[in-house]
Design a protein around this ligand. Structure first.
Ligand SMILES: [Zn+2]
Ligand SMILES: [Zn+2]
Length: 270
């Protein structure tokens, strides 16, 4: 098993468990390192990102858990940075760059809150034009290529979250695969690591990770680097579908997984 998960949440943001309980579950699940990746604060009201005024207390608790598990489990203080967050992604062990919002005309709307919200965004703000909305979405990922503070590309095709359950943004549509792979190129060239994220599988939205299998094939052809994560919001999802995902990556042709070692990212055998 790949013994690291760098994409996890706690009750400090939209997860269910304390950092301590997540660390205990990580040890029980056989992980040797665990990265907490709190959702960066947002400038508008929401119930899932950590409020800016709680960040210091949260990080103090992560430091405490890190000290408590020293020698058993390496604990990292990471960040899932939304590209629209006012927080500068500095001073964390590593940064996952994620796009959760589109803001045509200025007002941000979520692409992954529910299929109804995504559908309303598509109809009301993009006139039902999936291509226009996908272009706006992937343009925000493309911008991450130019930001050296971002290490990992988070759930790259989140816009296809409701492909299987609601027919939104068909993850097999050739135009979408072309658009997504055009975006992947500069991210790969910039040295970004793509997470292969099983979170939507754990929650029953998808039968494949982000990025989708066809996109992973294209990523491999581009020479992309990958890690595996589960975007765990609860302890029982910490290693969700890790063995199957490794097998899938091997079948595509990947031979290495990248992991964080406390200083930087290093490859290991898949
Ligand atoms: Zn996310
Ligand atoms: Zn997340």
């Amino acid at each position: 098993m790949f013994a690291q998960n760098l994409h996890t949440h706690t009750a400090w943001d939209d997860g269910t468990a304390s950092p301590l309980d997540m660390a205990r579950a990580a040890v029980a699940a056989g992980l040797t390192s665990l990265g907490f990746s709190v959702h960066s604060p947002l400038s508008w009201g929401n119930d899932w990102a950590i409020p800016a005024d709680r960040l210091a207390a949260y990080r103090a608790e992560i430091a405490q858990v890190r000290a408590q598990f020293r020698g058993t489990l390496a604990v990292y203080d990471g960040l899932e940075w939304d590209s629209r967050s006012p927080l500068a992604p500095d001073g964390f062990d590593y940064v996952i760059g994620s796009v959760h919002f589109l803001a045509p005309g200025g007002e941000a709307s979520s692409v992954d809150l529910s299929s109804a919200v995504t559908k309303a965004l598509l109809e009301d703000r993009f006139g039902g034009d999936e291509r226009a909305m996908a272009r706006a979405y992937f343009a925000q990922y493309a911008a991450l290529a130019d930001d050296p503070r971002v290490d990992i590309v988070g759930h790259f095709d989140l816009i296809c979250k409701y492909s299987e359950t609601a027919g939104l943004f068909d993850s097999r549509a050739p135009w979408l695969l072309d658009l997504a792979s055009e975006t992947m190129g500069p991210l790969v060239s910039a040295g970004k690591i793509f997470e292969v994220n099983t979170g939507a599988m754990a929650k029953g939205y998808r039968t494949e990770p982000y990025p989708s299998v066809p996109l992973l094939r294209r990523l491999h052809a581009l020479g992309g680097r990958v890690t595996i994560s589960s975007d765990a919001h609860r302890p029982e999802h910490l290693t969700y579908a890790f063995p199957e995902t490794r097998a899938q990556l091997r079948a595509i042709g990947f031979r290495e997984l990248w992991r964080f070692d406390g200083r930087g990212f290093v490859p290991g055998p898949l």
